[in-house]
Design a protein around this ligand. Structure first.
Ligand code: SF4
Ligand code: SF4
Length: 74
């Protein structure tokens, strides 16, 4: 599943460069992450020069992932 992150993103592409699994696609002012394959290494979080990955974004990411896992069970 693709997870969109757009708040404060400039589309610089740094986060995509550091992701060893190539899970991030960069657009003009947002990114999409393939969160089903993410190993939560945090490299993208630490690399962003604009602090896009706030606690709120990370929490929403994990809630989305958790919701998908739960709904996939039933
Ligand atoms: S946490 Fe790691 S694996 Fe997941 S998208 Fe970021 S860099 Fe890639
Ligand atoms: S490093 Fe930050 S500002 Fe740059 S593309 Fe990724 S999320 Fe957007």
């Amino acid at each position: 599943m693709l997870y969109k992150v757009e708040e404060n993103c400039t589309g610089c592409g740094v986060c995509a460069e550091v992701c060893d699994l190539n899970l991030i696609t960069v657009y003009d002012n947002y990114i999409e992450m393939d969160i089903d394959k993410c190993v939560h290494c945090s490299k993208c979080v630490e690399s962003c020069p604009n602090g896009v990955f706030t606690k709120k974004v990370i929490l929403k990411h994990f809630l989305t992932l958790f919701y998908n896992k739960i709904t996939g069970i039933f």
